[in-house]
Design a protein around this ligand. Structure first.
Ligand code: PEP
Ligand code: MG
Length: 943
């Protein structure tokens, strides 16, 4: 994954201070085409969270997860500061490794770097390297990965002498391709050396291809013969293995009755009296630098020697107080960390660490979900065939609408023999097929250069070189499997392992493994992959691998449909990047669609329709035309007001989660900020930000707005928005518990400081303050009292105070609130959650949680009527405001303002300009008569 070239390096840099150095790193990434300019703000925000200094004079600046959208292509840039720069945490830094990466790639890069950077003396060499080539060589050297895991343990061998066990242990290493026959010959002639307590060792370097340690134990151990270690590899590559053997021998007691897990624990240095605990990592992006740092800081608080290892993998344990080593574990969401501690505070340390890890190490985490049923297995019965002209619901993956004949990409049937007699010949065939696949992938990468597919295809090249996959295949071939059978078994096992992690993101990466696997398999079978037609088509497939998408001719493909996959699968990500309408997870039945059958793909509503009837067909074609011209014109006219054809104007504002994005929102034509989610300022600091910090942030937004209004929501934490330094007691129903304004009112001084900062920053500029999750007038009054108190001290000329309508009670009681508020802003995300009783983050139910539900629309209607009766304005700032089907309904319900993500502002404005108020009212009235969200959407389609 990490391919460094001299172009990625800048030697002899100088900087006035750390901020200057960071800015240079951000610019270097941008100049190299890795990121857009917005990434630098993410890098700054990341430093505000905590320093990215790794130790040894090296810092690894990178953006926050939110800034990953600004990453154009994964990559790193290295800046060498020979004179050093003092970082904000006081550390002296000589080398900046600036990282631009999306999702879990970040972890892989860090892992690679920490393995390399951990070498003693390397930091000095990096700081003094005289040319870029030298630096590349120092950083690119792949770390040698020693093998010692469950595979290298051979337990309960029928043997009575140490020599016999030595041969069994060596034979195991040969089967794992760590050694060859020369090594074996040496071992046959070498008497084992006694290590004491019935353990023995054989060791050699000749014929060792990879440092490895195996252990063979006899079926009937006795005091003279407990087990024999076989160590392969030169001494300087075997440090870690020797350490593990030492750990093992230092442990007390015999090994009789110990299983593989217990033996691996002993090898990892876990004392038999250590306090241990297993804890599952829940962090979405794994144990990357920030959570790793929290783990290390927690470990350092205790007077105990604490080690941590991954239960999965090779099981080597590292000190929990070493940041580079903890990052180097490369732990991912869903994996299990095994903690072990000895010393006075061992129990305390393990308890505290277990809690800290379970709570996310400073990050918001969600529990793992139950494994989703495997479609192939669940669908043992034939799926119901699709009905012509009848919509089939699927997961909306990429917006847009398409109509074209289907090209069903059926995977070619690959037939092969399961077994083969000549293992050597099979290995050669395997190697050839892997090389061929490598060449094909590299060609695809060149063709996809600069696009979203290229980095994913590069991951495929990495997968092809995966040592474990290769070893597992060789093992199967050596046991008599054909190259095809061995390879597919290895791929399938690895993919299933990935799926079993029960993490949606990781599980969906199993598709990548199968994609690579199929390519090699097809090459082994000499079968070409299917070729799409020359005319426009909708691609239908079981699941699309990135290389399938990369092969697509985007001038012909109009839309994508897959039987499997979720909204975060690579095919969905790529479809969005290519701007192709897509639905995924449509079920196996789509694979039975006849070649050439016409297909409607609706990526907004998440459905497809086979063979649409003439009426639907015409409607769809009309909508496609409309959408295309709307999109093109929308951007050109983004600064024009959103006024309906009959002269009714609606404000279209932007929702922001960071004041740094204000200029971008204004550039996209926003009429103001309709929702500033102020939590970001509070999350970016280790404790509640003080007045000056907040004033600075808000002023930044007001300055960029140039007189346009800013609607700031006061701090909304609790429930789905936790805050580290505002710990809450465990609640059975946190979504119905202490959150939003309820929580803020328990610490009025925090709310007061925020209000003071907003008023101070506003001066005479238009400021709208609103409170989140208000349930009734009483709560609003309590919060407004605070505003009034501060207003008496801080003069601000143009201030309005309102409430968010997110709790149904507030909508029902809007008539009682309206006389006292200045405005309402409807948060449809939460309003829908509480009206329909569907957790907004629920994996399986999220498709049901549709804000176009008539119940939600009625609450909006009640709110608007009550507000207008008292001449108050009403905005909608939930996701519903950017839904093309909902916009006319909201306009028809007489909403005065829509606030949407910046990117959608031009399109929403354009959509409003197409309407007349009468048409919009008709749509709203129609929607209100329906009984479900699906009925509403169906009815609206006729417009
Ligand atoms: C909402 O609930 O609709 C809303 C805009 O607030 P948030 O999504 O931040 O909870
Ligand atoms: Mg909300």
């Amino acid at each position: 994954m990490l391919t460094l070239t001299a172009n990625d390096i800048r030697l002899g840099a100088t900087a006035s201070d750390w901020q200057d150095a960071l800015t240079q790193a951000g610019r270097d990434l941008e100049t190299a085409g890795r990121t857009s300019s917005a990434y630098l703000a993410g890098m700054n925000a990341r430093e505000q969270q905590s320093s990215t200094v790794l130790g040894n004079g090296i810092a690894i600046p990178h953006g926050t997860p939110e800034s990953r959208e600004a990453v154009l292509e994964t990559g790193i840039r290295i800046l060498q500061f020979p004179d050093g720069v003092t970082w904000h945490d006081g550390a002296r830094v000589h080398v900046l490794v600036a990282i631009a990466a999306q999702s879990d790639e970040h972890l892989d890069i860090l892992r690679h770097l920490t393995r390399v950077l951990d070498k003693p003396g390397l930091a000095e060499k990096l700081a003094q390297a005289g040319n870029a080539g030298e630096l590349v060589a120092l950083l690119s050297k792949p770390p040698v990965v020693a093998k010692c895991d469950g595979d290298t343990l051979c337990l309960g061998i029928e043997a009575t002498t140490a020599q016999e066990l030595a041969l069994a242990a060596a034979a195991r290493l040969q089967r794992l391709r760590c050694i060859d026959a020369d090594f074996l010959t040496e071992i046959i002639t070498q008497p084992p050396v006694a290590l004491g307590r019935g353990f023995w060792l054989v060791h050699h370097t000749l014929g060792a291809h990879r440092p490895a340690l195996s252990l063979a134990t006899p079926k009937k151990p006795g005091p003279e013969l407990q087990g024999v270690f076989c160590l392969a590899g030169p001494g300087d590559e075997c440090h870690e293995l020797l350490e593990r053997m030492d750990n093992f021998l230092a442990g007390d007691g015999g090994i009789d009755g110990l299983g593989i897990d217990a033996l691996l624990a002993r090898l990892s240095g876990e004392a038999s009296d250590a306090v241990t605990a297993n804890v599952t990592l829940l962090n979405t992006h794994g144990l990357h630098a920030r959570p790793a740092k929290q783990l290390v800081q927690e470990a350092r608080r205790h007077n105990a020697s604490i080690r941590v290892r991954l239960r999965e993998g090779d099981g080597s344990a590292v000190s929990a107080t070493s940041l580079t080593r903890v990052i180097g574990l490369g732990a991912r969401r869903g994996q299990t960390l095994v903690l072990s501690a000895t010393g006075d505070e061992a129990q305390q340390a393990v308890t505290a660490l277990t809690r800290a890890i379970s709570e996310g190490l400073g990050e918001q985490v969600s529990p793992l979900r139950e494994g989703a049923p495997n479609l192939a297995e669940a669908g043992a019965t034939d799926p119901e065939p699709l009905v012509d002209d009848e919509p089939l619901k699927a997961v909306a993956a990429s917006p847009g609408l398409a109509l074209a004949p289907a090209f069903v990409m059926r995977q070619p049937r690959l037939t092969y023999l399961e077994t083969a007699a000549d293992a050597e010949a099979e290995i050669q065939r395997l190697n050839r097929a892997i090389d061929e696949s490598d060449g094909q992938l590299r060609t695809l990468i060149r063709q996809a250069e600069g696009g979203e597919a290229a980095p994913i295809l590069s991951v495929h090249v990495e997968m092809l070189q995966d040592e474990d996959l290769y070893q597992a295949t060789l093992e199967a071939i050596n046991e008599g499997a054909s190259a095809e059978a061995g390879w597919w078994r290895a791929i399938d096992t690895a993919a299933k392992g990935q799926e079993a992690l029960a993490d949606r993101l990781l599980a969906e990466r199993a598709a990548d493994l199968r994609d690579v696997g199929r390519r090699v398999l097809a090459n082994l079978c000499g079968v070409a992959m299917p070729t799409p037609p020359d005319t426009p088509y909708v691609l239908v497939a079981e699941d699309l691998g990135p290389s399938d998408v990369a092969r697509l001719d985007t001038s012909r493909v109009r839309g994508l449909v897959t039987a499997r996959g979720g909204a975060t699968s690579h095919s969905a990500i790529l479809a969005r990047a290519l701007g192709l309408p897509a639905v995924v997870g449509a079920g196996e039945a789509v694979l039975a669609i006849a070649e050439g059958a016409e297909l409607v793909v609706d990526g907004e509503r998440g459905c497809l329709v086979p063979n649409p009837g003439s009426e639907r067909r015409e409607r769809v074609l009309r909508r496609i035309d409309q959408l295309e011209s709307l999109q093109a014109a929308a951007y050109d006219h983004r600064h024009r007001p959103a006024t309906t054809r009959d002269g009714h104007s609606i404000e279209v504002c932007a929702n922001l989660g960071n004041t740094a994005h204000t200029p971008d929102a204004v550039e996209r034509g926003a009429d103001g900020i309709g929702l500033l989610r102020t939590e970001f300022i509070f999350m970016a600091h280790p404790e509640a930000p003080d007045l000056d910090t907040q004033v600075w942030e808000y002023r930044h937004a007001f300055d960029a707005l140039n007189g346009l209004p800013l609607v700031a929501r006061t701090l909304d934490v609790g429930g789905d928005k936790p805050l580290d330094y505002w710990p809450l007691p465990q609640e059975d129903n946190p979504f119905l518990g202490l959150r939003g304004i309820r929580l803020s009112l328990t610490r009025p001084e925090i709310l007061e400081t925020q209000v003071r900062a907003l008023l101070t920053a506003a001066g005479d500029r238009p400021l709208r303050i609103m409170f989140p999750m208000v349930k009734d007038l009483e709560e609003f009054r309590a919060a407004r009292e605070i505003v009034k108190r501060v207003q008496a001290e801080v003069a601000a000329a143009d201030v309005q105070v309102g409430v968010m309508i997110e709790v149904p009670s507030c909508a029902l009681l809007a008539g009682t609130l309206a006389p006292e508020v200045d405005f309402f802003s409807i948060g449809t995300n939460d309003l829908t959650q509480y009206t329909l009783a569907i957790d907004r983050g629920h994996g399986q139910l999220s498709a049901e949680s549709d804000a176009l539900h008539p119940a939600v629309l009625r609450l909006i209607q009640m709110t608007v009527e009550a507000a207008h009766a008292h001449q108050r304005w009403v905005g909608v700032c939930g996701e519903l405001a950017s839904d093309p089907q909902a916009i006319p309904v909201l306009v028809g319900l007489a909403v005065d303002e829509l606030s949407v993500t910046s990117r959608r502002v031009p399109l929403v404005k354009a959509c409003i300009r197409e309407l007349t108020l009468d048409e919009a009212r008709a749509q709203a009235e129609l929607a209100l008569t329906k009984a479900s969200a699906a009925e509403v959407r169906d009815a609206l389609e006729s417009f």
